[in-house]
Structures are given as C-alpha cells and as structure tokens.
Design a protein. Structure first.
Length: 133
C-alpha cells in the first residue's frame, strides 16, 4: 500500500544512500519467526522487531481468513522512522529506516521492494556498520 502525505519524501537512489539510511535489519523465516537481528551504532534498540513480528502474524491471520493471496511489502510508520518488510523467496527482510519513507507511487515502492529482494544478506555480515544483536 502506498502512503500519501504532504511530508518530504525520501529519495533513496543509490545502494550507499539506502545502506546509510538503515538503522536496523531483522530477518524472519517464512513462519514469521525472527532469525537474525542487526543493529547499528546509531540505534541499538530492537523493540521495533517485536512490532514487525506482531504485524507479520496479523498479516498471516488476515490473509488466511480472507483467502487473500500475494504480498509485496508492508510499511510501518513510526514517529520519525519507517520499518519496511519485504517478502523474499526464502524469508522476510525488515529494514528500520532512519526517517519516514513515503513512496510517491506504486512503481517507486515496487523498485524499493525489488532492491530489498536482491539485497545480499552476506553484505550485513561483511559491513562493519551492521552489528549482530
């Protein structure tokens, strides 16, 4: 779902810009259980992961009871940050972004989701910015 707002929209154009905007990463298995967490020196809080876990559980319940199919991404807006959850072939990847992310249209949201799907998880282990929690 694309959120509309008159607030400034973030322009995440390069991999470096995206990576520097990430405050935390959580990887969930397809049963929605957290497998790995990463924090950064800018934010060592993992409370947001619990909310993502709850949202994934609610999503599963709603999709099952309403017989819905398909899932691209979920955006969870916090007061100054956004958690974005994208389903990949093998898992869910949740990114806590430094600021509120507002996609201008479905195409921009889909491009970001594609970037996350192609995101190399090994990059997390190799990049000193991301600290296993």
């Amino acid at each position: 779902k694309v959120r509309e707002s008159t607030e400034k929209s973030s322009s995440l154009v390069s991999q470096e810009a995206i990576l520097s905007s990430i405050l935390g990463v959580a990887i969930f298995d397809l049963s929605s259980f957290p497998r790995e967490y990463y924090v950064t020196a800018d934010n060592n809080n993992t409370n947001w992961v619990q909310l993502v876990f709850q949202v994934l559980g609610l999503k599963s319940l709603l999709m099952s009871s309403l017989k819905l199919e398909g899932f691209s991404h979920i955006s969870i807006g916090f007061s100054q940050q956004t958690a974005i959850v994208v389903r990949t072939k093998d898992d869910y990847i949740a990114l806590l972004m430094r600021e509120s992310i507002l996609f201008k249209d479905v195409e921009q949201a889909d491009k970001f989701s594609q970037w996350v799907r192609h995101f190399e998880q090994k990059l997390l282990r190799q990049n000193s910015r991301f600290i296993p929690a």
